[in-house]
Design a protein around this ligand. Structure first.
Ligand SMILES: [Zn+2]
Length: 200
């Protein structure tokens, strides 16, 4: 197995250096409150860091699946775009992305398509529940592709998210999270911030 050059600790150092490791009082997508939040976009805005993360994630997927036989990398927009592109660069294959239509259904647009039997990897920046990745996996399987693995820079599920295919992450976190009714930060009267990409 190839040794991964970027340890979880050195990746978290990159998050600290780029101001992407936020401390405060955050409302997560789950509705729970947390004193910390990793904003991947602030790391991936730097092409050198994005390229490093992509190379390491591709290596982790090769180690996980025992193969580098991949035909296409697919990401859900927006969060997965930069890292998916860089993972595709590392594999030397194309990168396409899915978008939600007006019914919120995940779809391939812009002329993107897959051939039946193509070997696909699904890449996101952050996995929390794995819901978006799972939707992409199902879309690809329905199109006749073979989904060999999924991956993300950050796994906020503590390793628990099940996306129905083997999955790799550069950092797996067990995030401190409080029920709003019992949140010590609420008790201190600190305003809560929604840090993610989705509107509140
Ligand atoms: Zn709170």
């Amino acid at each position: 197995m190839r040794e991964v050059a970027l340890s979880p600790e050195s990746l978290l150092d990159i998050f600290r250096q780029t101001g992407a490791y936020l401390k405060g009082h955050f409302r997560l997508t789950s509705g729970l409150h947390s004193p910390e939040y990793l904003q991947c976009a602030l790391v991936l805005q730097h092409p050198n860091h994005a390229e490093t993360c992509g190379r390491e994630l591709a290596a982790a997927i090769k180690a996980l699946t025992g193969t580098s036989s991949v035909d296409v990398v697919v990401s859900p927009a927006m969060g997965g775009l930069m890292i998916g592109h860089e993972v595709a660069r590392a594999f030397g294959v194309r990168h396409i992305f899915t978008e939600r239509d007006t019914d919120r259904k995940m779809t391939l647009r812009r002329g993107f398509s897959l051939q039946p039997g193509e070997r696909a990897v699904v890449i996101e920046d952050v996995i929390t529940t794995g819901g978006s990745t799972l939707e992409v996996v199902e879309l690809l399987k329905a199109a006749g592709a073979e989904v060999v693995a999924a991956g993300s820079v950050i796994d906020r599920s503590g390793g628990k998210a099940d996306v129905s295919v083997p999955r790799a992450a550069l950092v797996t976190l067990n995030v401190t999270a409080y029920n709003p009714a019992e949140c010590p930060l609420c008790e201190q009267g600190l305003p809560v911030v929604k840090p993610g990409s989705r509107p509140s």
